[in-house]
Design a binder for this molecule. Structure first.
Ligand code: NAD
Ligand code: UGA
Length: 431
């Protein structure tokens, strides 16, 4: 089956490349011409482990081609995945502007072909969006009927940035929300070589499974961060508590790593969107609201801890180590580092920042701080170092490097395997 994928971002690109590597010819579509050009020369426009190598391979085998022409790509394929962004509006609700445009563009391609076509919504959308917003656009613009001339599925994606390709190729489960049986059967065929259970549901059930999953993972993080605050008071290591709790298979150890709060393009926006949907239905999203409140407080806890050393941060030189919202990515969307740097700037501290991948992105957010080429350079002559993102390389900081600091204080937002003497370091949620 020939596939087209609209949106070559953190989800669309691994989807395109992953499906091409499974033997499906893929037309990958984006409005960003620079991305399209890069992909067609076998280069990867984002940083994701393993993706560069596989793009090169599938492009050289003519299994993947990128284009800006949605209408033509849809008309020349059998199945179209829509994986454009669904960001957050000011009020926390979902912004459907991009997905509606993508649906309109896809519908023009469906209009141009005679054969049956399948549209698969992969973007995260709140329950009933596919039924109430996407299908009407597809029908109106194509002049055809859903369930007869074309099929529709909602297939949420559960991959994580940093391990996107691996997560896409080896998922825990594949959820297929279907308009009708024929649509679901066609999509299931594409996934036949994937070693994962397939769950077939209605369109709106699939949509809610995605929000409930992300919100429950975010709940685990805010929960352990709240427990971490007590741990700090009691001189207990929250990571030991998490190990003890997470060994219970009903709870599971994953997503119980305390830190500077969750960021990224999904948890913050998806929990907020679910809050908005519940309120629109007259329900009170009490737990969901607290997940966000705890997280907002958590983001600047490191600065509060720093102020136990320096009440007045004015003129203090502070190294911020780690800028991406998590290790393994150059993505800084909603990264706790953004808020931490803002807070330090507000208090007139002098910030030096380092990250192995995310400096260029952070420069757009905070152009007025100093960036360095290594963590050693960032630490030099500073009054304190804050480890915000747990990149593996920070565990290699040596005592000699610490000695380059003016005052030798390292505050760890995320627990790393730092081997330097305990007297130089402090954890956010451990002694
Ligand atoms: P992204 O911003 O990285 O990529 C979206 C891409 O779509 C961009 O390259 C943009 O140029 C392109 N685009 C926008 N409108 C277009 C149009 N009309 N035609 C063609 N291309 C268009 O977004 P993302 O992080 O890949 O997220 C996509 C969706 O997947 C969102 O709904 C998100 O919530 C969901 N999701 C994201 C992740 C993740 O880890 N990032 C994981 C699971 C689900
Ligand atoms: C998350 C989900 O894990 C994916 O399943 C989902 O598909 C995706 O959102 C999405 O819908 O976009 P992602 O945001 O890429 O993936 O990254 P995560 O590994 O989940 O990390 C999210 C944030 O939580 C990061 O800031 C990370 O540092 C933080 N986190 C994660 C913790 O603070 N503690 C943990 O134990 C785990």
């Amino acid at each position: 089956m020939k596939l087209s994928v609209i949106g070559a971002g953190y989800v669309g690109l691994p989807t395109s490349v992953g499906l091409a590597s499974k033997g499906h010819p893929v037309l990958c579509i984006d409005i960003d011409e620079r991305k399209v050009e890069k992909i067609n020369t076998g280069k990867c426009p984002i940083y994701e482990e393993g993706l560069s190598e596989l793009i090169e391979e599938v492009v050289s085998k003519d299994m993947l081609e990128a284009t800006t022409d949605t209408q033509k790509a849809v008309a020349n394929s059998d199945v179209t995945f829509i994986s454009v962004g669904t960001p957050m509006k000011e009020d926390g609700s979902i912004n459907l502007e991009y997905i509606k445009q993508a649906a309109e563009d896809a519908a023009k391609g469906i209009r141009d072909k005679d054969a049956y076509h399948l549209v698969v919504v992969k973007s995260t959308v709140v329950p009933k969006t596919t039924e109430d917003e996407i299908i009407p656009i597809l029908e109106e613009v194509s002049g055809k009927t859903a369930g007869e001339d074309f099929g529709v599925c909602m297939n949420p994606e559960f991959l994580r940035e940093g391990t996107a390709l691996q997560d896409f190729l080896k998922p825990d489960r594949i959820v297929i929300g279907e308009l009708d049986r024929k649509s679901g059967e066609k999509l299931e065929k594409i996934y036949k070589d994937f070693d994962a259970p397939i769950i077939r549901t209605s369109l709106r059930t699939a949509e809610l499974i995605k929000y409930a999953s992300n919100s429950l993972l975010a709940t685990k993080i805010s929960f352990i961060n709240e427990i971490g605050r007590l741990c700090k008071e009691l001189e207990i290591d929250v990571y030991e508590v998490a190990d003890g709790v997470g060994t219970d298979h009903r709870i599971n150890r994953d997503f119980l790593d305390s830190g500077a709060g969750f960021g990224g393009s999904c948890f913050p926006k998806d929990v907020r969107a679910l809050i908005k949907v519940m309120e629109d239905y007259g329900e009170k999203p009490r737990i969901l609201k607290e997940i966000i409140n705890v997280n907002e407080e958590q983001k600047t806890k490191l600065v509060e801890q720093l102020q136990k050393h320096y009440k007045d941060l004015s003129g203090k030189k502070i190294a911020v180590l780690g800028l991406s919202f998590k290790p393994g990515t150059d993505d800084i969307r909603q990264s706790p580092a953004i808020d931490i740097i803002s807070e330090l700037k507000k208090k007139d501290a002098e910030v030096k920042a380092y990250d192995p991948e995310a400096i260029e992105n952070m420069k757009k957010e905070h152009p007025d701080i100093k960036y360095t080429d290594s963590y050693t350079e960032a630490l030099e002559n500073t009054d304190a170092g804050l480890i915000v993102t747990g990149w593996g390389e920070f565990s290699e900081i040596t005592l000699d490097e610490i000695r380059l600091m003016k005052n030798q204080i390292i505050l760890e937002g995320r627990k790393t395997q730092l081997r330097i003497d305990k007297s130089y370091r402090e954890g956010l949620s451990w002694p």
